[in-house]
Design a protein around this ligand. Sequence first.
Ligand SMILES: C[S@@+](CC[C@H](N)C(=O)[O-])C[C@H]1O[C@@H](n2cnc3c(N)ncnc32)[C@H](O)[C@@H]1O
Length: 277
Amino acid sequence: MALHPDPYRAVDRQADPLKMVESLEDRGRTPTQVRLRRRFLAFAGIRPGWKVLEVGSGSGVVCRDVAALVGDSGEVIGVDPSRVFVREARRLARPHGLGSRVRFEVGNGLRLRFRDGTFDATLAVTVLLHVPDADQLLREMIRVTRPGGIVAVQDQDFGTLALDHPDPALTQRLFDGVAKKIYADPWSGRTLPRKLRSLGLESVRLLTDVYQDTAFEPWSRTFLLRRAENAVKWRILSERQAERWLAGIEARAYAKTFLMTLNFYGAVGVKPRERRP
Ligand SMILES: C[S@@+](CC[C@H](N)C(=O)[O-])C[C@H]1O[C@@H](n2cnc3c(N)ncnc32)[C@H](O)[C@@H]1O
């Protein structure tokens, strides 16, 4: 069966899943991303002693931060369909000395193995964008959250991707064309608060944050290179156009005028408490 254009839909079937681990870790340590992630986790209001589930835990970047927030008396479980990601997340967590406070297991967010109401909080960070049925994943997260507990989701919105490039028209064609091919809804970030409300969550709050890079960070470089490669593969740009486009980015970086921004939308809702008859 042909592979879907979004590699995150089937990580273990990709040519080099370890490269994807590297890319998630690169993103995870990029200073703006560290700030973005920690602001979102603070906004979600995760408390010491909580039992937290992260759906789509990847290489474990978010779980490692959550483990610090829940402290010794708390517990964090990361679930991911990729065996490679789960194995690497365990390995990468080890040097952090978090012990049994953080665990990773293979699982599908669309069918979680946990009982109703198991967790104080459930999280999905840059995951919904990669799932064909985001509502089903959210329903599962809500099911395993306790009444009064929180469901917190954060996602990029590729309709907000901005790059200062000498050829803005070419840039827009490439960004829109590639995003449309990869994601079911490239503008999904802005839909998150509406989705949480429509699934019955209460007190839904929104934190809009921006990934801002003016230093041409390694993660941005890899991200833009992949976009160009895919644009050629999917015939959105010719090879010459892609080369010219990448040269335009290098020129900005050389002149120290590189600028790329991308909005991240973080939405948090509370699972209603059962009402007494
Ligand atoms: C971009 S990564 C995000 C990883 C991590 N949350 C982070 O922010 O570093 C997307 C993750 O979603 C996972 N994923 C894809 N489909 C999923 C599903 N049906 N259930 C749970 N996770 C899924 C992928 O395996 C991948 O680890």
